[in-house]
Design a protein around this ligand. Sequence first.
Ligand code: KG4
Ligand code: ZN
Length: 353
Amino acid sequence: MSYMELARIKADNLISARHARILAIESSCDETAAAIVEDGRTVLSNVIASQVETHALYGGVVPEIASRQHIEACDAVVQRALDDANVRLSDLDAIAVTYGPGLVGALLVGVSCAKALAYGANLPLIPVNHIEGHICANYIAHADLEPPFICLVASGGHSHVVEVTDYGEYRLRGNTLDDAAGEAFDKAARVLSIPYPGGPLLDKLAWEGNPNALALPKPRLEGRYDFSFSGLKTALINRVHQLHQAGQDVPAADIAASFRKAVVDQLVSKALLAAREHGAKALAVAGGVAANSLLRQELTEGAQKLRIPCYMPPLSLCTDNAAMIGSAAFWQLLRGELAALDLNAEPGLELPV
Ligand code: KG4
Ligand code: ZN
């Protein structure tokens, strides 16, 4: 019997039992991560090897270095995930892996590792979309959360307002027209000489500043739920250059506070508008920017006014991790969506909408 025939039979048994213990691997950017997740919601282990210190030397992620460090870390991270969960490869039901979007070389390391494990252990292979993973982090954190709900997804590469109609079913309601929110935070941080990773440090600094100090433009957008952040970024860069040219000090905390408020106001107002206009019963947020302290505060308050629950993952599940990939993989397995051993990385993969 071929690998694929065997994988299908195993997957069919898991679908009937509606039970699976999945080893998930994530390597789309600068974290090498592996986790073991049961039935989409229970995390048995969650291991992350961060490369932040290395990339900080260069002020941002260097793709070639990221790929090499993934290769060096991958085996140990997987072994640690098994050890932490106190299971062996033979105790697993399936292997899941992020196959996009992300850096192609980085993704390929995880994909190759997952394929080797799936083939070697004769286990079904589940190809997971990284953005979908971010959304599913909420299923881990909140046992009561079930679709439908509106989810604001804001990461380093994406900013979406998504209507989650069912497990694995999405409708894209809003998108960024230019930069992603996380990218905007990182670029703003760089201009303010805040070291990498910019977003979290800018968030911290912003609490020391006046959010009304710098007047920033409000974008006019055609799409009701769309975002635009590049105008804000340009205004910030121009202001900092003007101050430099005039030989004046740059009030970094004030500028950080003003910029954070402008980005967060946009994200929150669009997410709340979508929730209201779609009569959403719940609101969720996902992605690295969901760790932003002002965003969490404003979204919580806004949802309270709408009288709907607001779900957000703990900080550790907002930024990249493999547990969220293991969660997304479970619902995908239930739909019978497996990969063959010729699975390739897809750096530009979009959310399936
Ligand atoms: O989801 P993620 O870990 O990776 C991608 O899939 O892109 O998101 C990383 C992004 C980075 O741009 C980082 O600066 C941003 O999330 N981020 C934050 C915060 N924590 C992480 N941005 C603003 N405030 C934060 N507290
Ligand atoms: Zn991510």
